[in-house]
Ligand binder design. Structure first.
Ligand code: ZN
Length: 252
């Protein structure tokens, strides 16, 4: 593997390395003009592939498997045009199958800690990582909701391909290996990959539905309602927002 500190992302990808990324890094690159976000992305990959992005992918807003699916579509578009690119995926660490085109921002739980019951497990991350790798994506990471143990799971799933076990791996046994020494035999029986891979975890919240009803405001990037505010929302604007919310709820 090339020395990390002196190589750029492109050099590393060109050398065949799998890069593990995070959302904050991509936002920093965007601020410096290296990343173009928003409605350009599908146009660059499919409608205007000649625009020449060297790395294409998706960041944030949707869950891991949805993001992998989106990058697969982008890759198809690029390849159909006879062009080459590297691919990146950095999803949410939340399950959001009930969100529509605006992603998790439409869910009534957004943002704050109320999305936490939707957090993916480290086992979900192993599955997602493998799926992304199989799809030919070599810049694999996470955005909102990803915790250090999730990123460690990405690196652990790709330990053989990358030739290194990540820092922090020594703190646990892979796939519950440490449970072999547990006092309770039913817990000892869980020290295998198959058990954790096939587990459907419960939320423990008796009256919670598994899905929410998204607030469908029917607006997207470019709409006047989506402007970045430099000052606090005025009473008039709040009145408009509340009216919109009422309308969205009644149509949902
Ligand atoms: Zn994010």
């Amino acid at each position: 593997m090339p020395p990390l500190l002196i190589c750029g992302v492109l050099e590393r990808l060109n050398a065949g390395e799998v890069v593990i990324g995070d959302g904050g890094f991509v936002f920093a690159l965007e601020k410096r003009g290296y990343v173009k976000a928003g409605p350009w992305t599908p146009e660059v990959t499919v409608t205007h592939p000649e625009a020449g992005a060297q790395i294409v992918g998706v960041n944030c807003h949707f869950d891991p498997m949805t993001c992998v699916k989106a990058v697969k579509l982008m890759k198809e578009g690029v390849e159909k045009s006879g062009l080459k690119a590297h691919y990146m995926v950095q999803p949410l660490a939340y399950h959001v199958p009930d969100s529509t085109y605006l992603g998790y921002t439409e869910l009534p739980e957004f943002p704050f800690g109320t999305l936490e019951p939707r957090t993916v497990t480290r086992w979900d991350v192993h599955k997602y990582t493998r799926e992304a790798y199989k799809a030919g994506i070599r810049f694999i990471g996470g955005c909102c909701g990803f915790e250090p143990y999730h990123i460690r799971a990405v690196a652990e799933e790709l330990a053989a391909e990358r030739g290194i076990m990540p820092a922090g791996s020594e703190k646990h046994g892979m796939w519950g290996a440490g449970l072999e020494m547990h006092t309770k035999p039913w817990v000892r029986a869980r020290c295998r990959r198959e058990y954790w891979e096939n587990l459907l975890p419960a939320s423990g919240r008796p009256k919670c539905a598994s899905l929410s009803t998204p607030e469908s405001w029917g607006v997207t990037k470019g709409h006047a309602d989506l402007l970045q505010h430099k000052e606090a929302t005025t009473t008039q604007e709040m009145k408009h927002a509340l009216e919109m919310q009422k309308k969205a709820k009644s149509s949902g």
